[in-house]
Design a protein. Structure first.
Length: 156
């Protein structure tokens, strides 16, 4: 009886995970608000480098990335190449803003990855967030760190 209950619960959890993965494909990136990347929700599955992160959400804060002294087109090309290498889905620029997504292998969860070039202050702002669920087991923070490491390897 116990084994049957465990099997039924395991199947229910797997079905729920696949359903959430499917549901995450219906969303869109958060976009910009007043020229900045949107705030993170009150869940620990988002990181953001913009300055307005409240102290109560210090877990969501990441550092912006200094821009190297390169022409805008070259900066944008560098970033597209790195995101392509990391497996991003069709990254594309809209002015100084880029939105793309990463899809997990097993359950097909979608995470949004957004960049904002702040040429005035010489910074690249990053937001990485899960579309569904509460916890992401630090996947978005790890993605930001991997992205930053790739930029450093590329001479940023």
């Amino acid at each position: 009886m116990l084994l049957k209950t465990v099997v039924v619960l395991a199947i229910a959890v797997l079905v729920a995970m696949f359903a959430m993965g499917w549901w995450s494909h219906k969303g869109i990136p958060a976009g910009l608000k007043n020229g900045q990347l949107m705030e993170c929700p009150d869940t620990p599955n988002c990181v953001n480098s913009e300055d307005y992160i409240p102290a109560t959400r210090s877990d969501a804060k990441i550092d912006p990335i200094p821009l190297p002294d390169k022409p805008l087109a070259e900066l944008q090309d560098d970033l597209i190449k790195i995101l392509d290498h990391m497996g991003a889905d069709s990254p594309g620029w809209q002015g100084d803003y880029l939105a793309t997504r990463f899809t997990s292998r097993v359950f097909r969860f979608v995470d949004d990855f957004e960049l904002r070039l702040d040429q005035t202050n010489g910074m690249l702002h990053v937001r990485s967030a899960s579309r569904v669920g509460k916890s992401d087991f630090s996947a978005n923070r790890k993605r930001y760190e991997a992205f930053r490491a790739q930029l450093q390897q590329a001479g940023w």
